[in-house]
Design a protein around this ligand. Structure first.
Ligand SMILES: C=CC1=C(C)c2cc3[nH]c(cc4nc(cc5[nH]c(cc1n2)c(C)c5CCC(=O)O)C(CCC(=O)O)=C4C)c(C)c3C=C
Ligand SMILES: [Fe+2]
Length: 428
């Protein structure tokens, strides 16, 4: 018989409100875990560590401990927003099936929430589990659910549609594929194990039944926990350190920037957030023709360690005024890391929590690879929109990327015990 043991722990890093739960000691079997979840053998993880935000892997630990980590489902903000980047991700959008309305949507969100709660705890799906994740622990699995603009018309809930969900403006650099954009419903799945992530994806798809049909799906990845010798900010497929200046949960204005307040509007979005999703192709053949110095000028940061070109280390303040011997700005005026700063955009800020993607080689021999850019904010008009407008007007990175798909989703707060995600909207 197969060994179902869950290996040794690693130190979890997460928010106090959204702790990672881990097993104590090695060799607790998956079956035992199922029998004792929430009771003995489980402890709350350490709160709010310095690297416990979306920009960096949680900790440098051996891969063998990855399976232990568990993210609770019933939390103030839905899981999958502030947790460390996971190694695997699936984004999947659904449209309600013809004839399906509010009642069917409510039943679907109830099914999805139950599945999310079970799988995130390392339990099998309620019905017809595929056994794909049978030998694995929860592996930091998160499932996050959101509603698109079109959902509200289809369910007769137009009056509940938040103004913040108004369609994003067109940007001159957009090359968007409508079939791979938007959707009534959106699910983000993340896990540190590919099989655990796929298992969740299949369960979500099966739960949809006759109520909703898949509109599009995208698959992504990040570095595996334990792959680097020390905790560090992630790199993207251009080789840049990406995520350095993300807002941190410890920042005094973090919640205000990222989440709709408890008493915010509409009421059903209390503690929720808005996700902007962009599939951004990287024109890697062009990018890789630049010298490292040229690449650094595009971003305004050093490629090796992410430090600003004005000097210091990765987290040193960027000196925007510093000039070289010829009087030229050391951080060029159109450098991406200069013009995306909140202080250059009326305070606009967002939490970037992306996955890289690689969907093979196009017929012209060019890699179809880039960034599944996902950013979180309390209001896209005070986050993504002003920054993207600025980038559209002259970002040094623009010639090397192409926005190919786009989505905007209202992601309600986390579900309380016994409730499902979106219940306040669907039964309010
Ligand atoms: C509209 C928002 C943004 C898009 C689209 C975007 C695309 C994009 N960015 C990189 C690489 C880097 N971005 C970096 C910083 C950064 N980028 C944005 C916004 C968008 N990026 C912001 C708000 C910031 C932080 C600005 C700040 O607060 O100082 C960096 C520098 C390191 C870091 O802080 O993360 C890199 C590198 C790519 C490759 C890309 C599209 C493919
Ligand atoms: Fe960026």
């Amino acid at each position: 018989m197969a060994d179902h043991s869950i290996p040794q722990v690693r130190t979890p890093q997460a928010l106090p409100e959204e702790p990672v739960v881990r097993t104590t000691g090695a060799g607790i079997s998956r079956r035992r875990l199922l029998g004792t979840a929430g009771a003995t053998g489980l402890v709350l993880g350490a709160a709010g560590g310095a690297v416990g935000h979306a920009s960096a892997p949680a900790a440098a630990t051996p891969l063998s401990s990855v399976g232990d980590n568990r993210v609770p489902f019933h939390v103030k903000h839905q899981p999958g927003i502030t947790q460390p980047l996971q190694a695997r991700g699936h984004l999947i959008a659904f449209d309600l099936a013809p004839g399906a309305g509010r009642k069917e949507a409510a039943a679907l969100l109830r099914r999805w929430s139950d599945t999310a709660r079970r799988l995130m705890a390392g339990e099998p799906a309620a019905q017809g589990d595929t056994d794909v994740a049978r030998d694995a622990g929860p592996s930091s699995l998160t499932l996050t659910f959101g509603f698109g603009h079109s959902f509200f018309g289809r369910t007769g809930l137009q009056k509940q549609r938040p103004v913040s969900l108004d369609p994003l403006p067109d940007f001159s650099s957009d090359r968007l594929d409508k079939a791979r954009s938007n959707g009534d419903l959106w699910v983000q799945i993340g896990a540190d194990d590919a099989l655990v992530a796929f298992h969740a994806l299949r369960a979500v798809q099966k739960d949809a039944g006759s109520a909703a049909r898949v509109r599009w799906q995208m698959n992504g990845f990040n570095r595996s926990p334990g792959a680097t010798s020390h905790p560090m900010t992630a790199r993207n497929l251009m080789g840049q350190v990406d995520g350095t200046r993300n807002p941190k949960p410890a920042d005094s204005d973090f919640d205000q920037r990222i989440f709709v307040p408890e008493k915010g509007e509409p009421a059903w979005m209390a503690n929720g957030s808005y996700a902007v999703v962009r599939r951004i192709r990287m024109l890697l053949d062009d990018w890789e023709q630049l010298s490292v110095t040229e690449q650094e000028q595009v971003i305004g940061r050093r490629k090796s360690d992410g430090a600003p070109l004005s000097g210091g280390g990765e987290t040193s303040a960027m000196d925007l005024e510093k000039t070289d011997a010829e009087g030229a700005l050391v951080v060029p005026f159109n450098a991406h890391a200069r013009i995306t700063r909140p202080d250059q955009n009326g305070g606009a800020a967002m939490l970037r929590r992306p996955f890289s993607y690689h969907d093979g080689i196009d017929s012209d021999g060019v890699p179809d690879a880039g960034l599944l850019f996902i950013c979180w904010q309390a209001d896209p008009l005070r986050g993504f929109v002003p920054v993207q407008r600025k980038l559209d007007r002259g970002d040094a990175l623009t010639p090397f990327i192409r926005h190919e798909a786009s989505g905007l989703f209202a992601v309600p707060g986390g579900a309380a015990e016994g409730e499902y995600v979106g219940q306040a909207l669907l039964e309010g």
